[in-house]
Design a protein around this ligand. Structure first.
Ligand code: PMP
Length: 423
């Protein structure tokens, strides 16, 4: 079989027969091959195998900040490919990327590179267990830190007053931004915690920003109970400013995890920490391994991205802020014009859209909206997430807003029909 000879129908059929769900990650199940198969991307656009051109706000799920196929980055990557890539030794590119990254985050001394965000959060949590000689961890409800590793172990949901049956290696789940419940939780369990890991902005759970008193509580609890605070900036890193969401919201984590945008579309993950902690990797007490870790293509791409962002910080982030701000206002207006209500939350170049549903079917409203947008040539990410990049100018924002208005209209129409059917 030669894929290039197949038509759309047989590609979909083969994908569904050969790959579970037709996708290589469950995250894409709702946007499987029946909806689109992408063959090419450039700038703010992707092209499907049936030659649809889509305005794309997925940006590789947040990995692409400068636009697909950014010429100078592509050129750098081609050079690296030309030198042979997987020689599995310390290489100049990883040293360069480490140095660039730590210059931007001077509170940290060292960095370990891996391949994915999931692995980086796993390594950071493992390190916290070695540092503290404790096993319990706390995660927040509706925060996501990857598909494998400790945050996917069974969770004990903390509900005060908390006489919890505590499992052997507990993973506690606590509510984000709920200072009262979290204070109670830390009072009861803080001394048993190796770490608290969190998304500074809850992008995987609706885009809520952290309250200042909540950040204060996390810092105080960390100082009092001696656990490590791990900031998961896999999504917010380099999207919410060059110095991440930690700078914007005044968070001082012990460890920070990056991924996605750091690699400019090439798989990467990174854990940053202070020397006293990170040297436990060097002594072998903390485990971190991987055939592809520190890969030249990924680290050279990261070094390029960091250089580019540092050299053009003002221009890049004011562009992103402007584009995201216009998009946000436009979406709210589009919903209003169509007689619907939506909430747009987030920070910097990532935002989450929630459709308010007056007719009692909120669970799939965002998915229907997303499908309606796709039918009108605009692609957004799972759960109503919009990733904005440098390639999004006025034209793309306007295209998105007018498609959104029609999609909100279609959603309203559907709700109206459902309402009649329910009567
Ligand atoms: N942390 C956060 C906040 C994420 O959103 C994700 C993935 N979207 C991950 C970690 C895991 O990253 P990866 O998919 O690269 O393993």
């Amino acid at each position: 079989m030669k894929v290039q000879d197949l038509n759309l129908e047989s590609l979909v059929e083969t994908a569904m027969r050969r790959i579970p769900g037709g996708v290589s990650t469950n995250i894409r199940l709702l946007e499987g091959p029946q909806k689109l198969i992408v063959k090419r991307a450039f700038g703010s656009r992707v092209w499907t195998v049936d030659d649809r051109e889509l305005v794309d706000f997925v940006c590789g799920y947040g990995t692409v900040l400068l636009g697909y196929g950014f010429p100078a980055l592509t050129q750098r990557q081609s050079e690296i490919l030309g030198h042979g890539i997987s020689y599995n030794a310390t290489n100049p590119f990883e040293i360069e990327a480490a140095d660039r990254l730590l210059n931007i985050f001077p509170d940290y001394d060292m960095v370990r590179f891996g391949v994915t965000g999931s692995e980086a959060t796993t390594a950071a949590i493992g390190l916290s267990r070695i540092v503290t000689e404790r096993s319990a961890i706390a995660v927040f409800r509706n925060h996501y830190h990857g598909w494998h590793g400790p945050t996917n172990a069974p969770r004990t949901v903390f509900t005060p007053p908390g006489n919890l049956p505590v499992p052997e290696v507990p993973v506690f789940e606590i509510p984000f931004n709920d200072t009262q419940v979290c204070a109670d939780f830390f009072h009861r369990h803080g001394d048993s915690l190796a770490c608290v890991i969190f998304e500074i902005v809850m992008i995987n759970g609706g885009g809520f920003e952290p309250a200042p008193e909540f950040i204060r509580l996390l810092h105080e609890a960390r100082d009092r109970h001696g656990f490590l605070l791990i900031a998961d900036e896999v999504i917010t890193g380099f999207r919410v400013g060059l110095r991440g969401a930690q700078k914007k919201y005044g968070v001082c984590p012990d460890l920070t995890v990056f991924g996605k945008a750091l690699g400019g579309g090439v798989p990467i993950g990174a854990v940053l920490g202070r020397k006293a902690h990170m040297e436990l990797f060097a002594s072998g007490k903390a485990v971190h391994a991987g055939t592809f870790n520190g890969h030249p293509l990924a680290t050279a791409s990261a070094a390029f991205i960091l250089d580019y962002l540092a050299a053009n910080e003002q221009a890049v982030y004011s562009h992103l802020e402007k584009a995201a701000g216009r998009l946000k206002l436009g979406l709210v207006r589009a919903a209003r014009n169509a007689g619907a209500t939506c909430h747009v939350r987030g920070a910097g170049a990532v935002m989450c859209l929630e459709v308010e549903d007056e007719f009692g079917c909120p669970a799939d409203s965002v998915q229907v909206f997303q499908d309606e947008l796709l039918a009108r040539g605009v692609r957004i990410a799972l759960g109503g997430r919009w990733f904005v990049g440098l390639a999004h100018g006025e034209q793309e924002v306007e295209a998105a807003v007018s498609a959104a208005e029609a999609a909100f209209g279609a959603l309203k129409n559907r709700e109206h029909i459902l309402q009649i059917a329910q009567q």
